[in-house]
Design a protein around this ligand. Sequence first.
Ligand code: NAD
Length: 440
Amino acid sequence: MNVSILGTGYVGLVTGLTLAKLGHPTICVDIMEDKIRSINQGNMPFYEKGMEGLYKEVSGKGLFKATTDIHSSVLDSDVTFVCVGTPSDANGEINLDYIQSAVIQIGQAMKEKDYHLVVIKSTVVPGTTEELVVPELGHSSGKWAGDQFGVCMNPEFLREGSAVYDSFHPDRIIIGELEPKAGKMLEELYTGLKCPVLHMDLKTAEMVKYASNALLATKISFANEVANLCTIMDIDVDKVMEGVGLDSRINPAFLSSGIGFGGSCFPKDVSALLHMEEGKGLKPYLLASVLAVNDQQPKEALKLLKTQVKDLQGKTIAVLGLAFKPDTDDIRESRAIPLIKELVSEGVKVRACDPMAIMNFKSVFPDIEYFTDPKETLEGADACILHTAWKNILALEPDDFLTMKRSIIIDGRRMLASKRQEFLEKGIIYLAIGLPIGES
Ligand code: NAD
């Protein structure tokens, strides 16, 4: 099958390269000309492990290209995926403007074609595909849904940082379908991937994505709330969560505590689900708390810092890691942003370090100092806060912290907890959320 993909971001580009590798000639489309030019020159617009090699392989075989021409891409394909962004508005509600405009453009091209399948892969609130996408496609194409075009909702679960791997090894494929013909066609496209495939209606598929992300975010905030109590009660939360996670009904994933979750999905999706609940007259007790705990976590790291550096005015603090997680240059909703905002507002001179995300971070904080080498970042600092578990930060040894003015580590993700004893022996203060202060 020939595939076109609207929206060449993390999801669209990785999906496009995956489908090309599965043997489907694929064309990725975006409205950003610079992005498309750079992809066609072999320069990927963001970092993902394995993506460049995959691009070389599939474009070399003539199975993949990128363009800004939406109309002819739809005309030349059998199926179009919609992978445009679905950001939150200022009040946290989902903004569907990109979806609507993409769908209208697809519909206009569909006027000139026989049966075409449209697949919504962007995360959209339940009801969107049925109530917005299907009518807009019908209206702009002048065709009947079901007979003359098919519609599926196929949520994406890839994780940035391991997106290429995840795309080839999904835990499940969720196919929301308007009618079975559309769902069958989409399932065929994924032939070669080994995992359970669940068919359901459009609304249910949309809800699977929100419920999954909200549950993962809830696990993190739960672990963080317990961790905040453990810090005060001199209990090591890692041991607690190890004990908790071994319960087969619970599972150990997403029980690590720290500075909170970021990224382009969890904060936005939890917030959208919360607004959906409110819109239906329900009170989102649980989800409101999930977000409130998450907002609190950077402040918890600062509280720990202030146990050692009472007045931050004029001090130099090194922040190691800016991306929302390792192996990506994505800083959307990174917890380093509220953390550094707070530090700057208290008159701190920030030395910030990241191997990949500096360019993106400079658009938010143009005036702080940037480094790519963690050791250099630490030199002369009054304290440091570890934010992202990059390999070169995990590899830091106790001696690397001795070049600081005062060797104080606030570990936002418990990433160097195994070296606690060595820190203690060298007189380095090591504090982390959910770690007994008495053990530092
Ligand atoms: P992104 O912001 O990286 O990319 C979206 C792209 O769509 C941009 O390049 C934009 O220019 C393009 N675009 C907007 N309107 C367009 C149009 N009319 N035609 C063509 N291109 C258009 O977004 P992303 O991170 O890839 O996320 C896309 C969707 O997938 C979102 O709904 C997100 O919630 C969901 N999702 C993201 C992830 C993730 O890890 N990033 C994981 C699962 C699901």
